[in-house]
Write a protein that binds this ligand. Structure first.
Ligand SMILES: [Fe+2]
Ligand SMILES: [Fe+2]
Length: 313
């Protein structure tokens, strides 16, 4: 049965390539405008909102140790985006090539999308340099990136597009729900998140259009298969997040010089793994616009993702 469900359902969004391209062309910042020179990070302030960092829940840390952990999480947050965008860049470029037969707005929108992700990768690399200089000790990140990218890109296109879409909406909600009106955060880190968010708003729409295009010729059964593979990706990422928590604990010990008992380590791992899951998986999986796409794609698509998100909580 080809797409009977989608044909019956009313259109659930009004995104167009033309409008997305116009919005994207209005935003025009350079990496040099956002970081470097006088634009320095303030290490006396938090980088991440507490809703994502969850350092307060680790009661045995002192306020200054919580601040250090918050900054480790800030560095890790952008590094994780860097990992994801190493996947998104070749994926979007491949999709753009396949769209060369389509109209100019479509092709140009995807090329703009890829160009912006390449710029974001550059921005995150510059941030890492600034962070390392100011923070003082090294903070390791999971990898190698190429291996993670290879794993994600080995999945079918619709599964990858769903994972990317989840990430784009997640970025939107992080900024609007907990960064934009937060006066406690370092203004420099906040500015970086703001400029990233501005361009990601277009990506979320383009990725929705990509999901439409990739699913148009698939049967319900094939789409269900893609949703299954999307879960394989979220589970793979979850294992990576758990590993990142271990690395963050090492970074915290190195930066503060303190050690932890077995019980403290356990609490740290539990609290931070849940914080990571919320940040990088659940906040995207439960985003209303992501769920609307799943609902439109295939019967039970939405409820299966909601159930999978609950399992991560
Ligand atoms: Fe990005
Ligand atoms: Fe993006």
């Amino acid at each position: 049965m080809i797409n009977a469900w989608k044909i019956m359902k009313p259109k659930y969004h009004r995104y167009t390539y033309r409008e997305t391209l116009a919005a994207s062309e209005k935003i025009n910042w350079r990496v040099e405008d956002i970081i470097g020179g006088e634009k320095t990070l303030d290490f006396t302030k938090a980088f991440m909102p507490e809703t994502l960092a969850r350092t307060e829940m680790i009661r045995f840390l002192s306020p200054s140790e919580r601040l250090v952990l918050n900054q480790i999480r800030g560095n890790g947050y952008l590094a994780m985006f860097g990992v994801l965008e190493e996947v998104i860049l070749p994926f979007v470029l491949d999709h753009a090539r396949a769209q060369l037969v389509n109209d100019e707005y479509c092709v140009r929108s995807f090329l703009e999308f890829a160009g912006e992700e390449a710029k974001h990768l550059h921005l995150f690399k510059r941030f890492r340099e600034e962070f390392q200089q100011g923070f003082g000790t090294d903070c390791e990140i999971i990898g190698p990136v190429e291996q993670i990218a290879r794993n994600l890109l080995s999945h079918q296109s619709l599964a990858v597009a769903l994972f990317v879409l989840q990430g784009e909406w997640m970025t939107q909600s992080h900024y609007t729900d907990s960064v934009r009106d937060n006066g406690d955060l370092d203004p420099q880190f906040k500015s970086l998140l703001k400029h990233h968010w501005m361009e990601e708003a277009q990506h979320a729409k383009l990725d929705t259009l990509m999901v439409d295009a990739l699913s148009a010729s698939l049967s319900d059964r094939e789409i269900e298969g893609a949703v299954e593979e999307y879960f394989e990706i979220t589970n793979f990422m979850d294992a990576g997040l758990k590993q990142q928590v271990e690395l963050d604990l090492e970074s915290l010990m190195q930066a503060t010089g303190r050690t932890f008992s077995a019980d403290e380590r356990k609490t740290f791992q539990e609290v931070q793994h849940q914080a990571m899951r919320w940040t990088f998986l659940v906040s995207g999986m439960t985003h209303p616009n992501f769920l609307a796409t799943l609902e439109h794609l295939v019967p039970a698509g939405r409820s299966r993702v909601e159930k999978a998100a609950l399992a991560f909580l």
